[in-house]
Write a protein that binds this ligand. Structure first.
Ligand code: ATP
Ligand code: MG
Length: 323
C-alpha cells in the first residue's frame, strides 16, 4: 500500500438555515506517494468541499457524518486543531485555494508574508529563511524584486506563482491545488500548469489537482477521480479514464471534449442540469441525465465495482454489456 492519503467513505453535509446539503457522499479515493490525483467534476459537485475537508478548513456549517481521511497512517479527522495546525497544515499538506488570487494579505509585503509562514512553523534564522524564500521565488519564475512589493502590485499570474511558492515553503508531502489557474488567461494558465507539474516531479510531491477542465487533467494527473453531485462515479489511471472509460457520465464528458487540447470545451456541455444537492436524486445521482438508466438506478445507490487493478466504477449498468 503506497498511498499517502486514503479517503474512505467520506460523507459530509452543510447545514444552512433550512437546508441540508449533501455535498460529499460516500467518497473513497487515494493518492499515492509522488503521484497526482486529478479530480474533475461540474461546478457544485463537491470538489472544493473535499479539498477543504483534507486541509481541515471546512466552515462550521459543515458536519462530517461518516468516513475517515487517513494521511500517512493517521486519521486526520481524529486530530484536534492544535495538533493538526502544528504538525500537518502547511508543513506536510499545503493548499492552493480556488480564489488564491485574493488570498494574500493586502497590507503586507510578499517577503513578510512568506517569512511569517516559515517562522510560525520553524525555528530558523532570518537569513536562512530568506535564502530559502529567494530560492523558491526564483524557482517559480519570479524576479526577487517582487519580495518587496505588496500583493496589489502584482499581476494575477505573479500572485498565483507566489501562492505556489507559499505552498512549497515548508517542503510538504502533499499539495492540494483547487483550480489553481481558473482565473488566469490561457497562456499564463499553461505556464503555471507546467511549472506545477515540473516542481511536482522534481520534488516527488503528491498532489491533488482539482479542475473542471478535462483538457488540463490529462497533462498533470496519474490517477483521475470523476466527481458527480458529491459522489465519485469513476476512479482510475489516466489511461483507464481516457481510453477505457466505463461510467456513462465519464463517457459523456469525454465526448464533450473531442480533442483534449481544445480548451474551450468544458464539462458544462452535457445535456441536463446538475442536481440540487439539498434534494439529490434517489438511487444513482446521475440517473436523471443517464441514457442507460433502468429501474434499479432510480432506487439504489451503486457501490464502486473494481473493473481493473486500479479502476473503480459506480454504475449498475457496468458489466451488463451496456457500459
Ligand atoms: P466549483 O467547480 O464551482 O468550484 P465545487 O465542485 O468546488 O464547485 P463545492 O464548492 O464543493 O463545489 O460545493 C458543493 C456543494 O456544496 C454545492 O451545492 C454548494 O452550493 C454547497 N456549498 C459549498 N459551500 C457551502 C457552504 N459554506 N454552505 C452551504 N453550502 C455550501
Ligand atoms: Mg470549487
Amino acid at each position: 500500500d503506497n498511498a499517502l492519503l486514503n479517503i474512505n467513505n467520506l460523507t459530509l453535509h452543510y447545514y444552512t438555515k433550512n437546508l441540508e446539503i449533501s455535498a460529499v457522499d460516500d467518497v473513497s479515493i487515494y493518492v499515492e506517494k509522488g503521484k497526482v490525483l486529478g479530480i474533475a467534476g461540474e461546478s457544485g459537485s463537491g470538489k472544493s468541499t473535499l479539498a477543504k475537508a483534507i486541509f481541515k478548513i471546512l466552515p462550521s456549517s459543515a458536519k462530517i457524518l461518516k468516513g475517515e481521511i487517513i494521511f500517512d497512517g493517521k486519521n486526520i479527522l481524529d486530530m484536534d486543531e492544535k495538533t493538526f495546525s502544528k504538525e500537518i497544515r502547511w508543513k506536510r499538506i499545503s493548499y492552493i485555494p480556488q480564489v488564491s488570487m485574493n488570498s494574500l494579505d493586502p497590507v503586507y509585503k510578499i517577503k513578510y508574508q512568506l517569512l511569517e509562514t516559515i517562522f510560525v512553523h520553524e525555528d530558523i534564522s532570518r537569513a536562512e529563511a530568506l535564502e530559502r524564500i529567494e530560492k523558491l521565488i526564483t524557482s517559480v519564475g519570479l524576479p526577487l524584486e517582487i519580495l518587496n512589493k505588496y500583493p496589489h502590485e502584482l499581476s494575477g499570474g505573479q500572485k498565483q506563482r507566489v501562492m505556489i511558492a507559499m505552498a512549497l515553503l515548508l517542503n510538504p508531502d502533499l499539495v492540494i491545488a483547487d483550480e489553481p489557474t481558473t482565473a488566469l488567461d490561457v497562456i499564463i494558465q499553461a505556464q503555471i500548469i507546467s511549472l506545477l507539474k515540473n516542481i511536482q516531479q522534481e520534488k516527488k510531491l503528491s498532489m491533488v489537482f482539482i479542475t473542471h477542465d478535462l483538457s488540463l487533467l490529462a497533462q498533470v494527473s496519474d490517477m483521475i477521480a470523476i466527481m458527480y453531485a458529491g459522489r465519485i462515479v469513476e476512479f482510475g489511471s489516466v489511461e483507464d479514464i481516457y481510453y477505457n472509460p466505463k461510467h456513462p457520465y465519464t463517457k459523456l464528458l469525454l465526448k464533450s471534449v473531442p480533442n483534449i487540447k481544445d480548451r474551450k470545451r468544458k464539462l458544462e456541455s452535457i445535456p441536463g442540469e446538475v442536481p440540487d444537492l439539498a434534494n439529490p436524486p434517489k438511487g444513482c445521482r446521475f440517473h436523471p441525465r443517464c441514457p442507460l438508466a433502468q429501474d434499479i438506478c432510480r432506487k439504489e445507490n451503486p457501490s464502486p465495482i473494481r473493473v481493473g487493478p486500479n479502476h473503480y466504477v459506480s454504475c449498475f449498468m457496468v458489466g451488463e454489456g451496456n457500459a
